[in-house]
Design a protein. Structure first.
Length: 381
């Protein structure tokens, strides 16, 4: 039996964590063959050399694409995208995949989709149809949708939006968010085990912090993150910080976080990349989440934890009732709300709108059975 070759392209620790349950199911499928192409942040020591985690998890990396320039200006991001396109064309020629599977909306994901499209390789896309008005990711996500032949959305509303964009309803499947699969299926660490792994104690109220640059904003990223950290410093809370992505302005955020956390190492800890197991374990055991990352919107509701979502990066994305939308100016009030007994009690009744943890099953079943072709027809409503 000839197996269908599914080429997964991953560029970041967070996106790989969402791919993880899908890759495991592809690996165990009788009719699919897994190919792994790792790119961008996975090979940056600055961001934790996270390709090692992929290999530690038992996956063979078929192609290693080192395309990330050391600068994170808008120009360097464009050049990193172009370099990824060049290197991925060689990788796809060698691997000859039947399907390229991509997730989300990053610049290297766009490069992978563009390359596959130009090489007449069918594309399957996860997490299409979503809205994030504060980041260039929105335009990338929708353009990947138009290049893709198969779509896996995280909610019915997002499915409707992909169909609205001219995709045939027979190719669009509402499967939920694969990140929830990890929460359901992983044996998460206990609080004590997590503290041992981090070599850091959660003494008192503790927040999990991840903040990315708003890539469509003209505001001063350095000024914004300094003000956020200043407000956090006024509270008697501990914070576990993770690094921002390699987007325009990401290194500025990481530098400010490192400087801030160095002033009190008992209260603050910075980890470049927690990995999915420790990240979800932290989300489970810490008191609330703060920042502007999609995991705060999508995964945190499964733990019924308060989330403070700062700024417009996630504006437009569907939210469960545990999310407090805040500006930097209102951040102090938002923190008071997040740690209040009334809001914590309110979160206890939250149901995650992004599914129950069976997305990977539906995705792999479709990859096994769907007739895939790069030929598409625009379907009017």
């Amino acid at each position: 039996m000839i197996k269908r070759k599914i080429c997964v392209v991953t560029g970041t620790r967070a996106e790989y964590g969402l791919f993880f349950p899908i890759m495991k199911k592809i690996q165990s499928s009788d009719c699919l063959e897994l190919q792994v192409v790792a790119t961008t942040m996975h090979f940056s020591e600055e961001f934790g050399n996270t390709y090692k985690q992929i290999e530690k998890d038992g996956f063979f990396i078929d192609e290693k694409i080192e395309n990330l320039l050391s600068s994170d200006t808008k120009g360097s991001i464009a050049k990193s995208t172009g370099l990824a396109t060049i290197l991925l064309s060689d990788a796809f020629s060698r691997l000859d995949p039947d399907v390229v599977l991509v997730l989300g909306d990053r610049f290297e994901t766009h490069a992978a989709a563009t390359t596959a499209m130009l090489m007449n390789i069918p594309i399957a896309h996860i997490h299409g149809g979503e809205i994030t008005e504060g980041a260039v990711d929105e335009k990338i996500r929708h353009s990947i949708t138009k290049m893709s032949s198969l779509h896996f959305t995280s909610t019915d509303e997002y499915r409707d939006r992909v169909i609205q964009m001219g995709e045939h309803s027979n190719t669009v499947f509402s499967v939920g968010a694969p990140g929830i699969d990890n929460i359901v299926n992983m044996n998460l660490l206990s609080k004590g085990e997590l503290e041992d792994e981090l070599e850091w104690k959660f003494n008192g109220a503790t927040a999990l912090f991840t903040f990315h640059s708003e890539t469509l904003s003209t505001d001063d990223t350095s000024k914004e993150i300094k003000r956020i950290l200043e407000i956090i410093g006024d509270f008697n809370i501990n914070v576990l910080f993770t690094y921002a992505n390699s987007d325009d302005g990401g290194r500025v955020i990481n530098s400010e976080i490192e400087e801030f956390a160095s002033k009190d190492k008992e209260k603050y800890l910075v980890v470049k990349s927690l990995g999915q197991l420790k990240y979800l374990s932290a989300m489970k055991h810490l008191d609330f989440v703060i920042g502007n990352t999609s995991s705060g919107i999508i995964e945190a509701a499964s733990f019924q934890k308060p989330v403070i979502n700062i700024g417009s990066r996630q504006k437009g994305r569907l939210q469960s009732a545990n999310v407090i939308n805040s500006t930097i100016e209102k951040l102090e009030d938002s923190i008071f709300q997040a740690v209040s007994d009334s809001f914590i009690e309110h979160c206890n009744d939250v149901v995650n709108i992004y599914g129950e943890g069976d997305a990977s099953h539906h995705i792999v079943a479709s990859l096994e059975s769907q007739n895939l072709t790069p030929i598409k027809k625009f379907h009017d409503l």
